[in-house]
Design a protein. Structure first.
Ligand SMILES: Nc1ncnc2c1ncn2[C@@H]1O[C@H](COP(=O)(O)OP(=O)(O)OP(=O)(O)O)[C@@H](O)[C@H]1O
Ligand SMILES: [Mg+2]
Length: 262
């Protein structure tokens, strides 16, 4: 397959190509193909939701994009860099341009909220502590958590912890932010509030967001582009409207079971 198979909408001319480009990527565990010949281009400056049922390979794909896992075949490019040819130092540098929100938030329980958000600023960017705290407090305000900086993560609700994790992921001003199931475990109202926050934050910053989810309601609320994984294969990829109106039987089977009528 040549580059010409990548949709134009995925590569806005002024932004230097897609944020993430996978070409014929495969990842096996034993004789199980977790990711099977996946080619896709995730556009910059948009929200792309990668959907799929449990076990379809979503988290595996995320690990390939972060370079935490290596493909058995194919090429993974992030922000124009081919991961397989990057030396370790180059990979670490590239990872600093990516923010990551883990499903369990991965907050430090022993640190206050503000210190959690300041952590990458102090430890990675070597920002002086007072300045890092000031910036962390501003980030907490931007995610809707003013005044809670001195609490510990276990003194917050699930939705509030998600907001802290988002503030921390944004601290180093990443060009791409990857989210693994940002609304899993949250009630519908809290999920909707987090969706609104992601959408508002992405629009304000213009950063590329890649959101892994099996929650179609959430994808419908936030995504500009949608990919659907089924059994490790990319069954659909395109604008949300394109995918939502797909006539592919497997795509319909996944969407129709979950989309509300109308
Ligand atoms: N480290 C591993 N060793 C062996 N098999 C694995 C490993 N990681 C994932 N798999 C298998 O690969 C397939 C895809 O797993 P993956 O975790 O990517 O799915 P997922 O779409 O994220 O599912 P979920 O929605 O439940 O999180 C599954 O069959 C899983 O059992
Ligand atoms: Mg997963």
């Amino acid at each position: 397959m040549s580059d010409s198979t990548i949709p134009d909408s995925a590569a806005p001319e002024h932004t230097g190509g897609p944020a993430v480009l996978l070409e014929h990527v495969a990842k096996r565990f034993g004789d199980h193909a977790a990711i099977d010949d996946v080619t896709l281009a995730i556009p910059r400056g948009r929200i792309t939701a990668l959907l799929g049922p449990s076990g379809s390979g979503k988290s595996t794909l995320l690990r390939l994009i972060t370079g935490l896992s290596r493909p058995d075949a194919g090429s993974v490019r992030v922000l124009g860099e081919e991961l397989s040819t990057l030396p370790r130092g180059g990979l670490l540098k590239l990872r600093r341009r990516m923010g990551m929100l883990f499903q369990d938030n991965a907050l430090f329980q022993s640190l206050t909220v503000v210190d959690n958000v300041a952590f990458p600023l102090v430890r990675v960017a070597r920002v002086p502590t007072a300045e890092a705290k000031r910036r962390a407090l501003a980030l907490l305000e931007q995610v809707g958590l003013p005044g809670l900086g001195e609490r510990r993560p276990d003194e917050l609700s699930g939705g509030q912890r998600k907001r802290v994790a988002l503030a921390r992921a944004l601290a180093l001003e990443p060009e791409v932010v990857l989210f693994d199931e940002p609304t899993s475990g949250l009630d519908p109202q809290t999920s909707a509030a987090i969706d609104a926050l992601l959408r508002e934050t992405q629009r304000r910053l213009g950063t590329t967001f890649v959101v892994i989810t099996h929650d179609i309601i959430s994808a419908a609320a936030i995504a500009d582009h949608v990919g659907l994984l089924v059994d490790g294969k990319l069954r659909a990829f395109g604008s949300k409207d394109e995918v939502w109106s797909s006539t592919d039987p497997q795509v319909r089977a996944f969407l129709d079971r979950r989309l509300p009528a109308g």
